[in-house]
Design a protein around this ligand. Structure first.
Ligand SMILES: [Ca+2]
Ligand SMILES: [Ca+2]
Ligand SMILES: [Ca+2]
Ligand SMILES: [Ca+2]
Length: 352
């Protein structure tokens, strides 16, 4: 079991840790749950029966339903490992994984993301009307990974992409494998993805068991922190939002982790706004328990000319010395006059 302290240690030595195994046995990316994931890193458990079918076959490759039963995550040797208990139906249903691991990113998917997996991101993103899949308020995705499986014999495929604040990042197809036997192993990016579809436990379909607890096979992946753009100077905790989507990235299921409030499949992705769904539809791998869930934005304080978060005599002096010019302007009219003086006096004291 990896303790919180050892997670922090691993993260603070990211560059050299990529070639190190100094932090214990790394998980094997094979679609089965390793002991190192549990129990401290059991991040989310499904609470809804699946609207995308309960798989009953028990085969490692072919599944006749999709469900996300639970999420386990751990950082080891500078690599993020994610294990999702469940099944991915071998009909090209999509597993969508969004990761928030630094400041900035996308709270709502725009329409100018990289074209990966038949333009998956832009199929979910803004079509020009101001819509686009929207996450919870304190989640802004920085990285995307999607995997799928299907065909005869069953093969699996995966793609990844950067999600930059302004869009336009880099994306790539990362290879193929075989569920239950051959993981995707992309050397260029250092990413692995595996599926073991043999789960017949976890949640059922409508009316059955609604707890995903205890599932030990499913979808597993490893992603280097450097590839994620992880930046502990801006955000230490790693947030994950995952969902099952339709074959064209065009119809979201009700299988999210962290789980949705009770509801059926969500459908059209670009119309979904998770901030309007009760609770957070993301899980948090806690590195710093004291880090606020939402980024702290310094309060706007226009008359604070020296940035000390206090409106006082030094700011008044600055305003008066700029009288009649833009130097003491607080309202954007490019001059300093009585209205700016009034603003300053009314804000006297600490910025709030
Ligand atoms: Ca494993
Ligand atoms: Ca972010
Ligand atoms: Ca099940
Ligand atoms: Ca929500």
């Amino acid at each position: 079991m990896l303790t919180r302290i050892s997670i922090v240690a691993a993260l603070t030595v990211v560059p050299c840790a990529l070639v190190s195994s100094a932090f214990g046995q790394a998980p094997v990316v094979d679609g089965t749950l390793d002991a190192i994931y549990v129990p401290a890193n059991d991040l989310a458990v499904q609470a809804l029966t699946t609207g995308f079918g309960n798989s009953t076959l028990g085969l490692v490759d072919v599944a006749n339903g999709s469900e996300l039963d639970g999420l386990h995550a751990v950082v080891n040797g500078g690599v993020l490992y994610l294990f999702f208990g469940g099944n991915l139906e071998s009909n090209f249903n999509k597993m969508e994984v969004f990761i928030d691991c630094r400041s900035g990113g996308q709270n709502r998917l725009p329409g100018n993301n990289p074209d990966v997996d038949f333009n998956a991101l832009n199929r979910m993103g803004d079509d020009g009307s101001g819509n686009g899949l929207t996450f919870d308020t304190c989640f802004s995705a920085d990285f995307y990974l999607t995997t799928t499986c299907g065909g005869t014999p069953v093969a699996m495929y995966a793609n990844l992409a950067q999600l930059l604040t302004e869009g336009g990042g880099i994306g790539s197809y990362i290879g193929t494998g075989t569920p239950g036997s051959v993981p995707i192993d992309n050397v260029k990016y250092g990413v692995k993805v595996a599926i073991n579809n043999s789960n017949i436990a976890g949640v059922d379909g409508d009316g059955g068991n609604a707890s995903g607890a205890g599932v030990t096979t499913g979808i597993e992946m490893s992603i280097p922190l450097i590839l994620l753009g992880y930046d502990a100077t801006t955000q230490k905790n790693i947030k994950i939002c995952a969902a099952i989507n339709g074959g064209g990235h065009d119809y979201l299921s009700n299988q999210f982790l962290a789980p949705l409030a009770p509801m059926g499949n969500l459908g059209e992705p670009r119309s979904v706004n998770l901030s309007t769904v009760e609770g957070n539809q993301y899980a948090v791998l806690v590195v710093d328990a004291n880090e606020p869930d939402c980024p702290v934005v310094p309060p706007a304080c226009p008359p604070d000319f020296n940035g000390d978060q206090l409106i006082d005599g030094s700011d008044l002096a600055a305003l008066l010395s700029g009288w009649g010019t833009a130097a003491g302007d607080t309202n954007g009219d490019q001059t300093t006059d009585g209205s700016d003086l009034a603003t300053l006096l009314s804000a006297w004291g600490p910025c709030v």
